[in-house]
Design a protein around this ligand. Structure first.
Ligand code: B12
Ligand code: SF4
Length: 477
């Protein structure tokens, strides 16, 4: 039996990666770790959570907590771009408390699997896919002093000879309501509510996920590796109760629904919208949607339920490119979705990805022209990033030689990836910078953009971003 039953969870810091020049990258409560924490608490474990919040030095905090008391284990969450930062946390942990097992999970680990363990002695265990169940099994074993990792699905471990093993993936949990609301009480939630990147005006903002899994299969996306392709969702009561808690306990007025696609099951959205109207009046919302499932009825329903922003992954303005990226949507539907938002008083955010191996310079320009003419409230053109676990990731070309190399796996990462045969990476960056400058320097848009700024810090990062874009137009940066 261990003499503690407390677990330390850490979200690997990532804000430094943005170099301070991307506006709107505020603090963000890590829902995945929040769910793992509340599930462990439900089963009697103590949990502490450390993440970026504008005041905490994550590395220092982890060091001092590990030096001051014993933990059953340290769980670290990371995406691909924050993997290097997660490794630094792991090595600090090994210095401060060498006997505390370190386990990694999250999007990057789900994509890379066991290879991470072979290369990184600072990590003891890995968990791919959803973490709640494997993590509960793991900490129960650690507490009971009975360590037979081969009984835990979803886990990777090393044997005495250093050989990596795993017991196959854990099944995706069907009844999501078994997982209590994310443990937001483990942090000072004011720091997130007031400085969230999903903010809407000056309203206190928070995030939720009401469903997991995406049935679509876009070739640049790796979301299925953590949550699968089957769409699973929380009950209506669970969703309404969680939002009510956000409102009543944390003073939240605006909720961004982080589901990959909130609008996939229409009758569910209809039911939820009705409940939002009756049970949660005056709350406002934002969500993601695909354009092909966004029609007049959907726009009217969302608007009447308080939805004020819809983010669309439109991706391309060229039908053949959309087909090749397996998006299963068309440009006419994109135009229609943005127009519906405009008519219903919903802000729209149109996101595009450019630089595919099958795109020509003309295709990229056509996408930029299409996006610029759409009249969405906001638009972004993202240079393609070949995330591991997608068919675009070519280990021979994209596997970095050092862990720092993962830091450029960010849509704003530098240098961007050279994937498109006709357009070099730096040219692609210049094309998207120019498109953003043209779009946002129109007086109407500039005013709209300035209205979204909530602090001097936001203003400075916006100005720095614009300065770098202009500099790159003239060959610098
Ligand atoms: C919200 C969100 C963000 C937020 C904050 C994320 C956070 N830490 O909470 C912000 C806006 C900051 C963000 C930023 C980025 N994001 Co993001 N994000 C999401 C989104 C939409 C939802 C995340 C979420 O809350 N999911 C719900 C929870 C329940 O799931 P989860 O976080 O995956 O956690 C579960 C498992 O992963 C696992 N797990 C996670 N951590 C751990 C740790 C341990 C120890 C264990 C055992 C298990 C475990 O268990 C959890 C519970 O089941 C996902 C899409 C998605 N479907 O997940 C993309 C997604 C994760 N993001 C992605 C990307 C590309 C990015 C950016 C690179 C985008 C950019 N700007 O360039 C940056 C990178 C920032 C970074 N950290 O380096 C990709 C991941 C690709 C990759 N391999 O890294 C995703 C999958 C989107 C996609 N469709 O491709 N993101
Ligand atoms: S990009 Fe969106 S719709 Fe496409 S597979 Fe990923 S989560 Fe699903």
């Amino acid at each position: 039996m261990a003499d503690t039953n407390t677990v330390l969870l850490v979200n690997a810091p990532y804000l430094d990666l943005y170099g301070g020049d991307v506006p709107g990258t505020g603090y963000y409560f890590p829902l995945g770790l929040g769910y793992i924490a509340s599930y462990l608490q439900k089963h009697g474990f103590g949990v502490e959570l450390v993440c970026e919040d504008g005041k905490t030095d994550v590395m220092e905090e982890v060091r001092s907590r590990l030096a001051s008391r014993a933990y059953l284990c340290l769980g670290v969450s990371c995406m691909t771009s924050s993997f290097n930062s997660a490794l630094k946390i792991a090595s600090a942990a090994k210095e401060a408390a060498p006997a505390t097992p370190v386990i990694f999970g999250g999007a990057h680990i789900s994509a890379m699997g066991g290879s991470v363990l072979s290369e990184q002695p600072g990590i003891d265990l890995l968990c791919t896919g959803e973490g709640e169940i494997p993590m509960l099994q793991l900490v129960s074993m650690l507490r009971d002093g009975f360590e037979d990792w081969s009984q835990i699905q979803g886990l990777f471990w090393r044997d005495d000879k250093g050989v990596v093993h795993n017991n196959g993936p854990a099944p995706f949990h069907q009844n999501l309501d078994d997982f209590p609301f994310p443990a937001r009480d483990l942090v000072d939630f004011d720091r997130f509510a007031l400085h969230s990147h999903v903010a809407s005006g000056n309203r206190r903002a928070g995030t939720i996920v009401t469903s997991r899994g995406c049935p679509f299969n876009c070739i640049f996306c790796s979301a299925h590796l953590t949550h699968g392709r089957k769409y699973r969702f929380h009950s209506d009561d669970y969703v309404v109760d969680e939002i009510r808690l956000l409102r009543e306990h944390y003073g939240i007025e605006h909720v961004f629904i982080e589901d990959d696609s909130f609008t996939v099951v229409k009758d569910r959205v209809e039911r939820l919208c009705r409940r939002f109207r009756t049970d949660l009046p005056n709350m406002t919302f934002g969500c993601f949607s695909r354009v092909d499932i966004f029609d007049e009825r959907m726009a009217a329903m969302l608007q009447s339920a308080g939805v004020r922003l819809v983010v669309f992954g439109i991706e391309s303005g060229v039908p053949e490119v959309l087909k090749k990226m397996n998006k299963g949507a068309d440009v006419g539907k994109a135009r229609q979705a943005i127009e519906l938002c405009r008519r219903h008083g919903i802000e729209s955010y149109a996101s595009f990805v450019v630089g595919f191996p099958f795109e020509t310079r003309r295709d990229i320009q056509q996408t930029i022209d299409f996006g610029s003419r759409l009249d969405a409230s906001s638009v972004t053109f993202n240079p393609l990033v070949p995330y591991p676990g997608t068919p675009l990731f070519n280990p021979g070309k994209h596997l970095p030689s050092t862990p720092e190399g993962w830091e450029r796996f960010l849509t704003s990462g530098t240098p961007p990836f050279d994937i498109c045969p006709e357009v070099t990476a730096s040219e692609l960056k210049r094309m998207v910078d120019r498109a953003h400058l043209r779009y946002y320097l129109q007086p109407r848009r500039l005013l709209g953009l300035l209205r979204t700024l909530r602090s001097w810090r936001d203003f400075r990062s916006l100005a720095a971003a614009a300065a770098r874009m202009i500099q790159r137009q003239f060959g610098g940066g």
